[in-house]
Design a protein around this ligand. Structure first.
Ligand SMILES: *Cc1c(COP(=O)(O)O)cnc(C)c1O
Length: 425
């Protein structure tokens, strides 16, 4: 590989042998041939090691996988085995978690517009509901028997993309502080507080400020109502590094920082320690996933731009188009070859904005090469679409040189099966 550091972005088990990229002991080109492309390859060892990093950095905490990052029964089964719970926000995500064998008491229920069925099912299985409005408090209390937290919006601006900030003033999520106080006044049986700063956080600042804020808020509630949170849920948000130019934090650094700050801040306010819940999504699954594409047309568009076109794009990974997310790539079948020039990796969709990578240095790509894009395990398949009637890719799990399909590839027949033609033939 031209720059061995690039391998740092890949799953724990990555290696290069005889010019071939290996994931979980399997050759990427073999995986591409066997399962077709695009395909998202998940490394089991990395999934497990990320889960363990959370449990080790926050002993005794409930670590609830943010299912929306990649709803997958197999992935949630692995996390359940490791002792994790799940954070879900729809009836669909709840079903994924339950079918993976997640115990109800390890489930945390979110959503800023929870449907009745979600509340009913959540109460039935003994999950912890995170209230998102005063109106919801009344619905939950009317149903009876619910365990719940109050989600509060501290008014802190996270340094992340606008679309994934959640704790600022005017956020559509959570209760503004005065409403959260009112919720606790009405419902002192609430078990605790929840806060989620935002996603793809690449700095500690906002997260630590939030922890201090929540301790002060808890002190105010104790003073007002003699109420103290038994549970504090700090949400998710640890960012992933997608290109070498982005900063990198380990789970250990981030979580120990948060846990230490929470203990200090609660101690300072004279509050008893609370049970901690964390809800990581992206940081559990993003680096475990690598998307493999097959190179098609290679086309010089101008003196400055040569397109390498792949057999997927914004349908399997909308993040570049939605958030200007950056990625890098390697040619899996010539992983140790020197790059010749910088290329633009374009998808196959009918949009000029369907560009996966603005600029990446590669050895001259040719039709049929396999392009591997690392750090694509989170919010890719989860946000995929069938735009241009392109069926969604498969996901496979690799471990010890063996690969198993964990989500089968969608087919054009799957898409056609939903259609209801009118009249005629
Ligand atoms: C999205 C979300 C998470 C997971 O966020 P990541 O950035 O993927 O870690 C956790 N909690 C809540 C409430 C969320 O909305």
């Amino acid at each position: 590989m031209h720059e061995m550091k690039l391998l740092d972005l890949f799953p724990d088990t990555v290696s290069v042998e005889g010019g071939e990229l290996l994931l979980g002991g399997a050759r990427a080109t073999d995986l591409a041939r066997e399962f077709g492309t695009p395909v998202v390859v998940y490394d089991e060892q990395t999934l497990r090691s990320q889960a363990r990093a959370y449990l080790e950095a926050a002993p005794g905490a409930l670590v609830a996988y943010g299912t929306k990052a990649f709803p997958s029964i197999a992935v949630s089964q692995i996390f359940a085995e490791e002792g994790l719970g799940a954070d879900v926000s729809t009836v669909g995500e709840l079903e994924f978690a339950l079918r993976a064998g997640m115990p109800g008491e390890r489930l945390v229920i979110h959503g800023n517009n929870k449907e009745d069925e979600l509340l009913e099912r959540s109460i039935e299985v003994g999950a912890l509901i995170v209230l998102d409005s005063l109106d919801e408090l009344e619905r939950v209390r009317a149903a009876g028997g619910a365990r719940f937290l109050v989600r509060v919006t501290p008014g802190i601006e996270a340094d992340t993309h606008e679309a994934i900030k959640t704790a600022h003033h005017g956020s559509k999520f959570g209760l503004p502080p005065d409403d959260a106080v009112e919720a606790i006044r009405r419902a002192p049986e609430a078990e605790g507080l929840h806060v989620h700063v935002g996603s793809q956080l690449m700095h500690f600042g906002a997260a630590l400020m939030t922890v201090d804020w929540i301790a002060q808020f808890a002190a105010r509630l104790r003073a007002d109502f003699d109420w103290t949170p038994r549970i504090v849920d700090l949400g998710g948000g640890l960012g992933a590094r997608h290109v070498l130019e982005e900063p990198s934090f380990t789970v250990d650094e981030f979580v120990r920082g948060m846990v230490g700050e929470l203990q200090r801040a609660f101690h300072l306010q004279g509050l008893p320690p609370a049970q901690l819940i964390l809800e990581p999504g992206r940081s559990l699954v993003s680096r475990a996933g690598v998307t493999l594409y097959t190179v098609g047309n290679v086309k010089r568009a101008s003196a400055a731009t040569t397109y390498v076109t792949v057999d997927g794009g914004m349908s399997d990974n909308p993040r570049p188009a939605m958030y200007n997310a950056r990625y890098t790539a390697v040619l899996a079948n010539r992983a140790d070859a020197e790059p010749t020039e910088a290329y633009t990796v374009a998808g196959m969709h009918c949009e000029s904005g369907d560009v996966l990578i603005e600029r990446v240095e590669l050895p001259t790509p040719q039709r049929g090469d396999v392009l591997a894009v690392p750090v694509t395990g989170a919010y890719t398949l989860a946000m995929s679409s069938t735009y241009n009637a392109v069926p969604r890719p498969a996901a496979v799990l690799v471990s010890d040189g063996k690969a198993r399909v964990i989500r089968r590839r969608e087919t054009v027949d799957d898409l056609l099966a939903l259609e209801q033609p009118v009249g005629g033939a």
